[in-house]
Design a protein around this ligand. Structure first.
Ligand code: PGA
Length: 253
């Protein structure tokens, strides 16, 4: 059985103080209320990572993620944050290729491939995002679109490397819109992704790799989505900013 992952993506929200409060609430609730084997990940803004890591401490089932990382190791890249910087404050995961980064910051497939390489080299677990915009879905080209995203940024990886990657399918039209993919739409795409992985790296890898769904996941739709055979958890934006809502989703896993 693949271990479920519920990752909260706080995006550019919360002050340091608010972030610490949110993290503490979640950590305490997970300790008190969750007895299943779910991996919880908190993707806080860069400025909060150190304090959130400290709060998480040695917790086995709560981890800390950054929302982005530089593809470069170090040097004259003003404003960028490297893998080793993240590691030095206790970060273990990193979101790579979120649609907001692709769209507003023009991150390219090539650059994302390099970010994945940098993360793996530094022993950070990449949560690699893919997903189609609405017009592609309406033209019924969503499967080809997502397959191309995976080909462009992940297909250079070895079997050993791809095993360390978590994939998040996030249809762009469902992010922050309140419009969720139906559980069938999610399952269909997750199955397609798993088949694509099987054809490239084999069934064994495909069976082990975790594929998360993201896009307006809420306490009231999380269970149906995560009950799908190929949906291994969620990448949660808006609902991860309220500890009770986020807990509701964690419990659904
Ligand atoms: P949302 O965001 O849950 O607010 O739709 C998901 C994401 O962007 O990761």
């Amino acid at each position: 059985m693949r271990q479920k992952i519920v990752a909260g993506n706080w995006k550019m929200n919360t002050t340091a103080e608010e972030g610490q409060k949110l993290a503490s609430e979640i950590i305490n609730m997970v300790k008190d209320e969750v007895n299943t084997n779910v991996q919880v990940v908190l993707s806080a803004p860069f400025t909060h990572l150190q304090s959130v890591s400290k709060l998480v401490g040695g917790s086995k089932n709560v981890g800390v993620a950054a929302q982005n990382v530089s593809e470069h190791e170090s040097g004259a890249y003003t404003g960028e944050i490297s893998v080793s910087m993240l590691k030095s404050v206790g970060v273990q995961w990193v979101i790579i290729g979120h649609s907001e980064r692709r769209e507003y910051f023009n991150e390219t497939h090539e650059q994302l491939a390099k970010k994945v390489d940098a993360a793996l080299k530094g022993d950070l677990t990449p949560i690699f995002c893919c997903g189609e915009p609405l017009e592609i879905r309406e033209k019924d080209q969503h499967e080809a679109h997502v397959q191309q995203q995976l080909k462009d940024s992940l297909f250079h990886l070895s079997e050993e490397q791809i095993r360390k990657v978590v994939i998040a399918y996030e249809p762009v039209w469902a992010i922050g819109t309140g419009k969720t993919a139906s559980s069938q739409q999610a399952q269909d795409m997750h199955k397609t992704i798993r088949q694509q992985i099987a054809s490239k790296w084999g069934e064994g890898v495909a069976n082990d790799i975790r594929i998360l769904y993201g896009g307006s996941m809420k306490p009231d739709n999380a269970k149906e989505l995560m009950d799908q055979p190929d949906v291994d958890g969620g990448l949660v934006g808006g609902a991860s900013l309220k500890s009770r809502d986020f807990m509701g989703i964690i419990k659904s896993a």
